[in-house]
Design a protein around this ligand. Structure first.
Ligand code: NAD
Ligand code: TYD
Length: 352
């Protein structure tokens, strides 16, 4: 039997690196090609431990470049695609929406086109798996959960670009019969997340005794999932999901930002041997994010019922492990916060 070749895009990023590690170890008979542009968010240190594995190859390249993708498919004759490469930060999308259209929409359509052309509409045993976000569903009121039937209502340039890419993936299934699956996941946290997102940014600031910029009143709610649980869900969906289907993935774990930040501060005080209450003093309420979505929460019963996946890591335990990782990986944090990071930080937070 031909050895399978699977393309993972964005595998040097936060979630992608955990997916790469899980898959490369779990399926030694399958070849995995990690395609990543290594933007500010991509970091080969995230996958350094798998670099020497015989079933793993890293390729630096751009999903916006159709010619490059064609050559890559020709070289590796992929049987499947797990597509995570994206611009992923809402605040950056507010600053520069076009970059999100180019990578998330155009890049995804390039990838769909290339796969379709290479497979020549013979889709036997092929699969295009697109990783998306719960933010495509918009914002919830005090009650209710996002299900796979919730109508799309994206509010930020980031979520609008992800929604558009989801629609394109569905259109390839509907129009050309391409086997596709999509999953929409809630907020991830864990090791290797770039410190522009709430949890790693606040861990870094607490460590350095810097203010913690809480947007608005802090009463925004997110549903948090440990990244390794998401990676397990992606493995489950890629191998057992039904073509044409969508799966919502979430932690059944809602926190308001301010409650989460209090918990984070208290855990950090404990780990840094600071008197209780020290880190909470760093909390600073700042100007809100424009168009800030009030509440996200996922109903993940379909994936549990149909594929047997459910979250396994309790939030306090996951948060504690995450803090330990950042405290133990000072060099990683130092490397990603050198260079342009300070400029980004000043630009994003100086005006608040
Ligand atoms: P990330 O920003 O950490 O990583 C994105 C990766 O994509 C980086 O390694 C980057 O170098 C790469 N990339 C960007 N542009 C590229 C291009 N043009 N060509 C090739 N590679 C490119 O993102 P993440 O948080 O790991 O998210 C991964 C995926 O999961 C995204 O599609 C995102 O929308 C989705 N998602 C993320 C979350 C979350 O909480 N982080 C939740 C749900 C869904
Ligand atoms: P974030 O990690 O950017 O994820 P998303 O916007 O995709 O949900 O933000 C999580 C929540 O934290 C969101 O409600 C915005 C808020 N937030 C702050 O209050 N301060 C910050 O500095 C950041 C980055 C986020």
């Amino acid at each position: 039997m031909k050895q399978k070749n699977i393309l993972i895009t964005g595998g040097a990023g936060f979630i992608g690196s955990h997916v790469v590690r899980l898959m490369v170890h779990k399926y030694p008979e399958t070849n995995f090609v990690n395609l990543d542009l290594l933007t500010y968010a991509g970091n080969l240190e995230n996958v350094a431990d798998v670099a020497g594995n015989p079933n793993y190859t890293f390729v630096r390249g751009d999903i916006r470049n159709a010619e490059f993708l064609k050559d890559l498919f020709e070289k590796y004759n992929f049987d499947g695609v797990i597509h995570l490469a994206a611009e992923s930060h809402v605040d950056r999308s507010i600053e520069n929406p076009l970059a999100f259209v180019e990578t998330n929409v155009l890049g995804t359509v390039n990838l769909l086109n290339t796969a379709r052309n290479w497979w020549q509409d013979d889709f036997d045993d092929k699969l295009f798996y697109h990783i998306s976000t719960d933010e495509v569903y918009g914002s919830l009121g005090k009650t209710g959960l996002f299900t796979e039937q919730t109508p799309y209502d994206p509010h930020s340039p980031y979520s609008a670009s992800k929604a558009a890419s989801d629609h394109f993936v569905r259109s390839y299934h509907n129009t050309y019969g391409m086997p596709t699956v999509i999953s929409n996941c809630s907020n991830n946290y864990g090791p290797n997340q770039f410190p522009e997102k709430l949890i790693p940014l606040f861990i870094n600031n607490i460590k350095n005794n810097k203010p913690l910029p809480v947007y608005g009143d802090g009463q925004y709610t997110r549903d948090w999932l440990y990244v390794l649980d998401h990676a397990r869900a992606i493995d489950t969906i890629f191998n057992h999901g039904k073509s044409g289907e969508t799966y919502n993935v979430g932690g059944f774990n809602e926190y308001t930002n301010i409650d989460l930040i209090h918990l984070l501060c208290d855990l950090m005080d404990d780990k840094l041997n600071r008197p209780a209450g020290t880190s909470r003093q760093l909390i600073t309420f700042v100007k809100d994010r424009p168009g800030h979505d009030k509440r996200y929460a996922i109903d993940a019963t379909k994936i549990k019922r149909e594929l047997g996946w459910q979250p396994s890591v309790n939030f306090e335990e996951g948060l504690s492990k995450t803090i330990d990782w950042y405290l133990q990986n000072e060099n990683w944090l130092k490397n990603v916060t050198s260079g342009d990071y300070q400029k980004y930080y000043d630009r994003m937070y100086a005006g608040r």
